[in-house]
Design a protein around this ligand. Structure first.
Ligand code: CA
Length: 233
């Protein structure tokens, strides 16, 4: 399970410790030394998870977490807060800002990696290797195979990622912008109609098995993968 993790931490020794251990666990590590540069980085590329130090020069980690939660684009990015404080009150405050977890320094690298994995599994199931299945349509991330019953479905790499995201976030409507962020990893350089093109290809790939109807167009909003056979248009 490789994720893009943005680490916001001002202490070089802790930065190095985190970076080494996350890379060893297979992750791609992006670094920011303060909240302002973290915001700049997030504008460019949306990370899969943010590891955020509480005490930063300038804007605090808590303030940054609040700002990320307040914005549509960054609202769903999982955040783990890192802090030297062990006070129960601070912990509650951290979780109230919408952080997914809270790790107290000093921490063991093994614990850090395990907590990250747990948050990713919960919040970003499309980057785990778990098999996703609905209505007989089965996607296996480990083997990169899509099947309906025992029949393989031939599918392109972008359609695979799109289907993986939809299968792990069923019944919810996703806007084109959200799909670009989640599937393409960046909304900045890709046009929204690109999403429509790949949805069309995905439906075409699923048509023979009759599973194309699982993907619904929600007019004026976006797309949804649903097991319910209700008409949406
Ligand atoms: Ca610090």
């Amino acid at each position: 399970m490789a994720a893009n993790i943005l680490v916001v931490e001002d202490e070089p020794a802790i930065q190095a410790l985190i970076s080494t251990n996350l890379k060893r666990a297979g992750h791609i590590v992006l670094m920011a030394v303060d909240a302002e540069s973290a915001l700049q980085q997030v504008k460019q590329t949306l990370p899969d998870l943010i590891l955020l130090d509480w005490m930063l020069p300038g804007m605090s980690g808590i303030e940054l977490a609040c700002r990320l939660r307040a914005e549509e684009r960054t609202r769903l990015v999982p955040i783990i807060i890192l802090t030297a404080r062990s006070d129960e009150h601070d912990k509650l405050l951290g979780l109230e800002t919408g952080a997914d977890d809270y790790i107290t320094k000093p921490f063991s690298p093994r614990e850090l990696v395990a907590r990250i994995k747990a948050v990713l599994r919960r919040r970003t199931p499309q980057i785990t290797e778990d098999v996703a299945e609905i209505g007989g349509l089965r996607l296996d991330p480990a083997t990169h195979c899509v099947t309906v019953g025992d029949q393989p479905v031939k599918i392109g790499p972008t359609e695979f990622r799109l289907l993986h995201f939809l299968l792990t976030h069923t019944e919810r409507v996703h806007s084109r912008t959200q799909l670009l962020d989640q599937v393409w990893g960046d909304h900045v350089f890709v046009e929204e109609r690109t999403v429509d093109v790949h949805i069309r290809r995905l439906r075409a790939a699923l048509e023979a098995s009759g599973r194309d109807t699982l993907i619904q167009t929600v007019r004026g909003t976006g797309y949804r993968l649903s097991a319910a056979l209700t008409a949406t248009d």
